[in-house]
Design a protein around this ligand. Structure first.
Ligand code: NI
Length: 255
């Protein structure tokens, strides 16, 4: 029933109960999970997790936080990872000017190089952008990549519509339930359901009333309920359409 388009089950916060949790998610309506890499190590871990669980697929890529660890050799290793079975997307990649864990010019350089690689491999991208909305948009626009999702979207409604015009989907997660997320609720209202993907970003960003706790894909139903309320449609319609959107974007059929 639900397609989890963005989670990090390789995170140490799941070390104690990872296998039990994944088994129970699969039995309780979470039909697919994309486990997303954020550096070389977690990209490799995502692929391993996918290889060990039929309903888990992987994304491989280096997050802006770790952009400083990239070099030509690592980029080649990342390319090799992408050829392994069950790697369904390239990411997460992008810009993070909130934390600035890597210098901004380093972030920009490796974002562009990874976009080029994703284009060459013809893979959908998973984009992370924080406090860098305009610059992220410009870099993507200049690139030839037109297939992917803007994960944990935090920009304006008009920019979301511009991304959609370019061919992208918008990732909506627990933030939509936060009291101060009026702007994101306006985005959800303004964009077509056919371009929304559901995501938790587990273990981060649990929705209300679990805010601050460890997140997991059970809470996709809370996010779906909020989207249903905003768009004045049923939860079933949200689940069904966002499932189809993710299935199509991430070309699970070919894996
Ligand atoms: Ni993430």
């Amino acid at each position: 029933m639900f397609f989890e388009s963005h989670a990090h089950y390789d995170d140490p916060r799941f070390d104690k109960d990872r296998e039990e949790l994944l088994a129970s998610l699969q039995e309780n309506g979470v039909d697919y999970i994309i486990n997303v890499g954020a550096d070389m190590e977690s990209s490799e871990a995502s692929v391993k997790l996918a290889e060990n669980h039929s309903f888990v697929y992987a994304a491989a890529g280096v997050h802006p936080h770790a952009a400083g660890t990239l070099n030509d050799e690592n980029l080649k290793a990342l390319e090799d990872i992408c050829f392994r079975p069950k790697v369904a997307a390239f990411g997460e990649i992008g810009l993070d000017f909130y934390y600035d864990h890597s210098p901004r010019d380093v972030q920009r350089y490796w974002f562009e190089r990874q976009l080029e690689l994703a284009e060459r491999l013809n893979m959908p991208v998973i984009i992370h952008s924080r406090e860098a909305a305009a610059e992220t948009f410009d870099i993507i626009k200049i690139s030839n990549v037109r297939n992917g999702v803007i994960h944990c979207y935090s920009g304006s409604a008009s920019m979301a519509l511009d991304y959609i015009k370019m061919g992208f989907c918008i990732g909506i997660g627990g933030v939509v339930t936060f009291e101060n997320a009026r702007k994101l609720r306006e985005v959800v209202k303004a964009i077509p359901l056919e371009r929304i993907l559901l995501e938790t970003d587990a273990p981060y960003l649990a929705p209300v009333p679990h805010r601050g706790e460890r997140n997991n894909s059970y809470y996709l139903k809370i996010i779906a309920a909020k989207i249903a309320e905003i768009k004045e449609i049923s939860i079933e319609e949200v689940a069904k359409t966002t499932f189809a959107n993710a299935y199509k974007l991430l070309s699970i059929d070919n894996k």
